[in-house]
Ligand binder design. Structure first.
Ligand code: SF4
Ligand code: SF4
Length: 377
């Protein structure tokens, strides 16, 4: 296993972190975790050198924390930095912060959470952080010995990321990054911005939730096949992220032992600044090919919003594009309604045309709504 240094403490942290958001489940119910298999997977990873395990209050309906707590029995807790995330959107008072942290400690069956993150910061959640002064309460919890390091995970636009980075002397932060998301959310610019301020960065979604490995379009497959060096798509994706020395740890949400073994193997062989120009060129060609497959080149500028019928147009088009890009990956279909941020689904489009008049890309938005309705509803 390769290790990188945790800025403030100098501790060595494994380049591979175990993400506990896609644990094996029994049947189809995502809250029914296969606890024995989970323990076997987490312990195998720790035995092979992984020392960072990441969970959250909401993963698997709260049962991820419980399963991780069980996996870390028998002396494994002391071998890892345990990361957990505070569900900031549930905050309705200052007392609630303490209550939720205590609940998390209980679920994990531990006295202290090493890495405590404000979960999934966005504009609206950042307002909650400031309203209830959540960071000051976290600082109290550090003094009480219930948490050790304060960070946040992020899923919004780059300007907000920079604002949050500048707001507080964070111990670390967590962003989404992979070769398809170079300029998405925090992106590479955000990574370098945080690193320049001395804030260690943990990367999530290195495989874009499996979309870069599960169902690969034939034209992309061909590019990988013809590369002089033969590597799996997962290895190329991990190598791309690991190439940035600014990345401290790469989280992978592992679902079975095969993935654990594959990730352990890959992350023990990769290093920073190791990709050649040709290799970077190949990954860029793959990214360009994915982008060529995009059906509606929406930039998410939101000029078309608000839709008078309260359809979340950029989200709908984004999912519509991903459906083509990632070869009709069924995960996209199952996630569409689950994460839908709008009030009405695309089938309720009344064809008023307001969006198309405003769209600077002159996209066929109404057609995209019809396509999305046929696929996702
Ligand atoms: S055409 Fe459909 S998607 Fe566009 S603004 Fe009107 S209702 Fe919304
Ligand atoms: S205006 Fe056009 S490009 Fe911008 S978000 Fe709407 S559909 Fe996408």
């Amino acid at each position: 296993m390769n290790y990188r240094t945790f800025g403030k403490t100098g501790e060595k942290i494994s380049l591979l972190g175990f993400g506990a958001m896609r644990l094996p489940v029994i049947g189809r119910d995502q809250t029914q975790i296969d606890v024995d298999e989970t323990s076997a997977m987490i312990r195998r990873a720790i035995d092979a050198g992984v020392n960072y395990v990441d969970t959250a209050y909401v993963y698997h309906g709260g049962n991820s924390e419980v399963a991780v707590g069980k996996a870390l029995k028998d002396g494994y807790r002391e071998k890892v930095l345990l990361a957990d995330k505070y569900p900031v959107w549930l905050t309705d008072s200052k007392e609630k912060v303490s209550e939720l942290l205590d609940e998390q400690l209980k679920r994990l069956d531990t006295d202290v959470i090493d890495m405590y993150l404000i979960h999934d910061l966005s504009y609206s959640k950042w307002d909650i952080v400031k309203k209830y002064d959540v960071i000051s309460i976290f600082e109290e919890k550090v003094r009480e010995g219930k948490i050790k390091h304060i960070g946040f995970s992020f899923h919004d636009e780059l300007p907000l990321f920079k604002e949050i980075i500048d707001y507080y002397d964070w111990d670390f932060c967590q962003i989404q990054l992979n070769y398809m998301d170079v300029a998405f959310q925090a992106g590479v610019e955000g990574l370098k911005y945080a690193a320049a301020k001395g804030i260690p960065v943990i990367v999530m979604e290195p495989l874009k939730g499996g979309k870069l490995t599960d169902t690969i379009p034939e034209s992309v497959e061909k590019l990988w096949r013809e590369a002089p060096v033969k590597r799996s798509p997962a290895e190329w994706a991990f190598r791309w992220v690991a190439d940035f020395p600014e990345v401290m740890t790469i989280l992978s949400g592992m679902s079975d032992m095969r993935q654990v073994e594959e990730n352990l193997d890959i992350l023990s062989r990769v290093d920073a600044n190791a990709l050649s120009d040709d290799e970077k060129g190949l990954i860029e060609a793959v990214s360009a090919e994915y982008n060529r497959l995009i059906r509606h080149s929406c930039t998410s500028c939101r000029y078309c919003m608000p839709c008078p019928n309260e359809i979340e147009i950029p989200y709908v088009i984004g999912c519509r594009n991903e459906w083509e890009l990632y070869n009709h990956n069924k995960k996209i279909k199952s996630q569409f309604k689950f994460f839908y941020p709008g009030k009405n689904f695309p089938s309720s489009c009344i064809k008023c045309g307001v969006c198309e008049e405003k769209c600077p890309q002159h996209l066929a938005v109404m057609q995209a709504m019809d396509e999305a309705a046929a696929i996702f509803e």
